[in-house]
Write a protein that binds this ligand. Structure first.
Ligand code: IPM
Ligand code: MN
Length: 349
């Protein structure tokens, strides 16, 4: 019995999560596993009412679950930063979800904004470090508010943190068993402390994975190649900030935020799965948002829970609906409502 903590969250989060759970139910019937859900109301509305983001007791409670399924966090009436750091980042850090896994896979060539790219050309995975780097929140102001003000924002990289991420990426690349090529995406030519550690660790760990080919690309060049030659990539490993940036570009070449999902993974703990598109306030309550990203997040959750067949089957159903039904992947332009898209995937499954 899988215990799934559900955080529908803000904006369109609840709508897409409902469709994801619909598909999860269909998958459980087909593949004979059981699950129960419990909903948690963390998010902007609750913050506006109570001033609370996420308490330590909430974290302890969430540790009891098999996985967390998250819709979206972000509210137009809450100052940017509060919910992000108070809920999303707090969960990632407190549950030590040190991997942010972001598959970039184009399901139908109609939806790639890059000319002449086919599904076989856009099929890679970004392994983003999710617990350190610039996201650690280290830094300080000097002489704040004066003309001599200085703001420091420190990228914090530990050997242990970097190595566990790199090892995960090598293992993932091996298990994925496609082109068996792992690219380190960094900035060794300028950021000579952090990326020296990353590169040394990468090269050392690589010696244990002689079946995996390794490559290196600077982050700026990586964004160029995402557009020009996405077919060069199989698995990419990078730090938290670069991973944040390149995965939004990745989402675009796979067809947009309507389809992009991610997993915040603690391989030995509680992982959290989410559509990466955000709360999309302007579409809230209209039954027009694309739930496929949230459904893809369910597929990733199933894979992490060990339900490989169910995970693959959910993804294949998404592919079928994308190819055979949808007009576009954008909100309001799919040719179907949010609920109808969920029904299509569940039925196809
Ligand atoms: C993401 C988001 C978050 C991040 C924000 C909302 C804090 O952009 O999941 O990529 O920067 O990691
Ligand atoms: Mn981001």
């Amino acid at each position: 019995m899988y215990k799934i903590a559900v955080i529908p969250g803000d904006g369109t989060g609840p709508e897409v999560v409902a469709e994801g759970l619909k598909v999860l139910k269909a998958a459980s019937e087909k593949f004979n596993f059981k699950f129960e859900t419990k909903a948690f109301d963390f998010g902007g509305e609750r913050y506006l009412k109570t001033g609370k983001t996420l308490e330590d007791a909430d974290i302890e409670e969430l540790k009891k679950y098999s996985a967390i399924y998250l819709g979206a966090i972000g509210h137009p009436d809450v100052k940017p930063g509060i919910l992000e750091t108070g809920i999303l980042l707090k969960l990632r850090f407190a549950l030590d979800q040190y991997i942010n896994l972001r598959p970039v896979r184009l399901y139908d060539e109609r939806f790639c904004p890059v000319k002449d790219k086919l599904p076989k050309d856009v099929d890679f995975v970004v392994v983003r470090e999710n617990s350190e780097g610039l996201y650690k929140g280290m830094g300080e102001f000097k002489d704040k508010g004066t003309k001599d003000e200085v703001a420091l924002q420190i990228s914090y990289n530990t050997r242990i943190g970097v190595e566990r991420c790199i090892r995960y990426a090598f293992d993932y690349c091996r298990a994925r068993n496609k082109r068996k090529t792992l690219a380190l995406c960094g900035k060794t030519n300028v950021l000579t402390y952090a990326w020296d550690l990353w590169e040394r660790t990468f090269n050392e760990v690589a010696k244990e994975y002689t079946d995996i080919k390794t490559e290196y690309a600077h982050v700026d060049a990586t964004t160029m190649w995402f557009v020009k030659n996405p077919e060069w990539f199989d698995v990419i490993v990078t730090d938290n900030m670069f991973g944040d940036i390149i995965t939004d570009l990745g989402a675009m070449i796979q067809g947009g935020m309507g389809i992009a999902a991610g997993g915040n993974i603690n391989p030995k703990g509680v992982s959290m799965f989410e559509p990466i598109g955000g709360s999309a306030p302007k579409y809230t309550g209209k039954n027009v948002i694309n739930p496929l990203a949230a459904i893809c997040a369910v597929s990733m959750m199933l894979a992490q829970l060990g339900e490989a067949k169910a995970a693959e089957s959910v993804e294949n159903s998404v592919i079928k609906v994308v190819r055979e039904n949808l007009k576009t992947l954008g909100a309001g332009k799919m040719g179907y409502s949010t609920e109808e898209v969920g029904d299509l995937v569940a039925r196809s499954l």
